[in-house]
Structure formats: C-alpha cells, structure tokens
Design a protein around this ligand. Structure first.
Ligand code: UD1
Ligand code: UDP
Length: 371
C-alpha cells in the first residue's frame, strides 16, 4: 500500500483537502499531513473546523514575507521531513506557492506527485499572479493530475500530459461544501454565525465581499473600495466584508471603508460561518477562486473582481460574471442585479459545474489501483 504525504498551507487548500484527508484515512490508506502554515490564523480556522491535526507543522508564516523567502523556507524545511520519512506519493493542491514548492521538493526526492485541482489555466502569467505560473509549474512536475472539469483535463492534454494520468474528478471543494452544509442543516452553530445573525438585516439585500489577490493591491483595491462606498449609499443594501488578514488588504480596507453605514468589516470567517453567509447573501462580489466554485452550487450570483478567470465554466453557465476593477463597471453590474429581477433570476439558477461531491471518492479509487 502506498504511503502518502499531503501538503498544504493556506485557507483554501485546507478547505479543499481536509475532507479528502478524512476520506483517505477511512479507506485505510497510510497518510500523514504536513502544513507549511503559509497562512496561520486562517489555516488554523479550517483545521479546527475540519478536525485535522497535522503530523508536521512547518509554521512558516511571517507577515509580509516575500514569495522567494517563503519558497526557500518551504524547500529546506520540507526536505528535513522527506529525509527522515519515506513517502511514495506527495499530494499538493491548486496554485499556491506552498503547492508548487512542495511538489518540487517531492520531485527532487524521487516521490511521485499528485496534483489536486489540476489543469486550470488563463495562460496569462500576470493574471492571476503568481498562481497561473504556479499551476503550470506544478502541472509539469506532477505525475498524476486530478482535474475538476473536462475543460481542465483538455488544457493538460494540449500540454502533452498523458491522458491516462489525468482523472476528471470534480472539485473537492464541492465535497467539502456538502460536508459543511450537512452540518449546518443539522443545526451546527458557532460564535461567528451568532455574530452574523446580529449583523444581517433580513429586510435588506446582503452583499458579501471578499478580496485578496496580489494583482488587485493598490489602485485597483482603492477603486473597489470606492465602488463599495457608492453602492452602500443605497439604503436597502448591507455590505458584509470579511477582510483577509494580508496587511495589504487590511490597511486600505480599514482606511477607506470603516465608519460607513451599511458596510460591515469583519475578521475572516471560519468555513461553516462563511458558507452560512453565502446562503444568506443576495449577491457576492469577490476575486476569490474558491468562491467562484461554491457560489453556483448555492445559486448565488458572483461578480468577479478580475479581468481573467481560470474557471470559465460558471461564466459560460451565466452564474458568474467578470467585472474587473473599474468603478463604473462594478457599480453598473451591482445595480443591474439589484434592480432587474430578470438578470438576477438568470444568474441564480443553482448549478454545479465543478462537481457532484464525489471527487474524493474518485481520487481514492485512482490511488488504490496504483501498484
Ligand atoms: C495566498 C496564495 C493565493 C491564495 C490565497 C488564499 C500564494 C502566492 N498566494 O495568498 O494563491 O489565493 O493565499 O487566501 O501562494 N496573513 C496573516 N494570517 C493568515 C494569513 C495571511 O496574517 O492567516 C497575512 C500575512 O501577513 C501574510 C500575508 O497575509 O504574509 C499574505 O499571505 P500570503 O500567503 O503570502 O498571500 P495571500 O494573499 O494570502
Ligand atoms: N472563505 C472562508 N472565510 C472567509 C472567506 C472565504 O472560509 O472569510 C472560504 C471560501 O468559502 C473558499 C475559500 O475560503 O472556500 C477561498 O479562499 P480565498 O478566497 O482566500 O482563496 P482562493 O480561493 O482565491 O485561492
């Protein structure tokens, strides 16, 4: 039986990998978990909710550290583990610096690399930066590729990856979302959900906002803030913005947006509270990758604060729209969704382009047959 090491380091990786870890363990497969802790508090929120205790915690987050500093620390610290414990497979997820560097560390030690959420592409190295190149590099390093959609698999085939090594599984985020929804439907409560209940006004339309991408730092984020201020002048809307802990977002968000009526800046939410909030929202404005995958499942429209997306399926389906960071474009799109029930209804059809909640099972079936 293969011995597996699963590596991740940020909030979205944890959300998308923790239920997979439980499922792999339930299948009787020998696995260990290593977190780089590229994120700290936001990673721990997810680990706590999903009840995962890592076997190794590299504890590498340092505020405002450069990607090169982080990368070099991941390589050297992970290598210490790989030099004392043997693994047959190393699992990484998506497009973060953690995933690419862990894949490289595994490759250098002769370990086969499994890439979950493989094959997403914009083919624009600057957008998203550095995630697009991270994905391409991890795609070159990986031996086995678990693609969320057929479209993602086709990207890899065009890059000459061997077809049998690319398995279309759906996105594991849908497994995690269903897992979490079931808990919420069974009455799961916590302090963040109780807090949100005091903030949400059922007579108003809740707009959920998140933003964290590097290409939106600076002027683009100021434009986003100014648009939100303008949108919040409408008395029937309430904006809730759980602000990412990156100082490059925290500082301008607090500077521009605090003190405005109808705008609530809050700390990042744990996953069940965030899913609860998506469910209660009228619409979402975000530059997040994961949210573009979750919201269509819950029938919520997303206006994406980016010019490109590596997740075209929901855009084609009409539940997600790319609006970029131009103030007028953001405001016009929000106003259209607030005022046109026709547009709104078209964007709210519940749709699951990213999976059926059985991605983990397909991944496990594949690794079980590896000799
Ligand atoms: C990272 C990933 C990005 C992913 C995002 C998810 C890279 C290059 N970027 O971006 O692909 O979409 O995570 O959120 O891998 N911080 C804290 N506490 C935390 C988390 C972050 O204080 O729990 C602060 C720290 O100052 C940290 C900074 O945020 O240095 C930036 O974190 P970093 O992981 O470099 O970038 P993200 O924008 O979070
Ligand atoms: N999320 C969360 N709490 C928040 C904001 C987001 O749990 O306050 C979840 C969200 O549901 C999604 C993931 O975090 O599963 C997305 O993370 P992020 O936007 O940081 O990264 P990306 O998906 O863009 O890489």
């Amino acid at each position: 039986m293969k011995k597996i090491l699963i590596c991740f380091g940020t909030r979205p990786e944890a959300i998308k990998m923790c239920v997979l870890i439980h499922d792999i363990k339930s299948a009787g497969i020998d696995i260990k978990v290593c977190v780089t802790a590229q994120h700290r508090e936001m990673l721990d929120q997810a680990l706590n909710f999903f009840e995962i205790e890592p076997d190794y915690d590299l504890d590498l987050m340092k505020s405002n550290q450069s990607l090169n500093e982080l990368s070099s620390k991941i390589l050297s610290e992970l290598d210490k583990i790989l030099s004392i414990e043997q693994f047959d497979l190393i699992f990484v997820h998506g497009d973060t610096t953690t995933s690419t560097i862990c894949a490289l560390a595994g490759f250098y030690r002769g370990i086969k690399v499994c890439h979950v959420e493989a094959g997403l592409r914009t083919y624009n190295k600057q957008s998203p930066f550095p995630e697009e190149l991270n994905r391409q590099l991890t795609g070159r390093i990986a031996d086995y590729h678990f693609s969320p959609t057929v479209n993602a698999k086709e990207n890899l085939i065009r890059e000459n990856v061997i077809s049998e090594n690319v398995i279309v599984t759906g996105n594991t985020v849908i497994d995690s979302l269903f897992w979490t929804k079931q808990k919420l439907d069974n009455g799961y409560q916590n302090k963040n959900i109780l807090l949100l209940e005091t903030i949400i006004n059922p007579t108003k339309k809740t707009i959920l906002v998140t933003c964290h991408r590097r290409e939106n730092f600076g002027e683009a984020f100021v434009n986003i803030c100014k648009s939100l201020i303008e949108i919040a002048t409408q008395t029937d809307v309430e904006i809730i913005f759980p602000v990412h802990l990156n100082p490059k977002i925290q500082e301008p968000a607090n500077y521009y947006l605090s003190g405005h009526e109808n705008i609530h800046l809050i700390l990042p939410l744990d996953y069940p509270a965030f899913v609860w909030l998506i469910d209660k929202s009228y619409l979402i404005i975000s530059d997040s990758g994961g949210i573009q995958e979750e919201a269509p499942s819950l029938g919520k429209p997303v206006l994406v604060l980016r010019d490109t997306t590596e997740r075209p399926e929901a855009v084609s389906a009409g539940t997600v729209r790319l609006v970029g960071t131009d103030m007028e474009v953001i405001q016009n799109n929000v106003n259209e969704l607030l005022n046109s029930s026709d547009t709104y209804n078209k964007m709210t059809k519940s749709y699951n382009p990213y999976g059926d909640g059985r991605a983990n099972m397909r991944i496990i079936n594949f690794i079980k047959q590896l000799t």
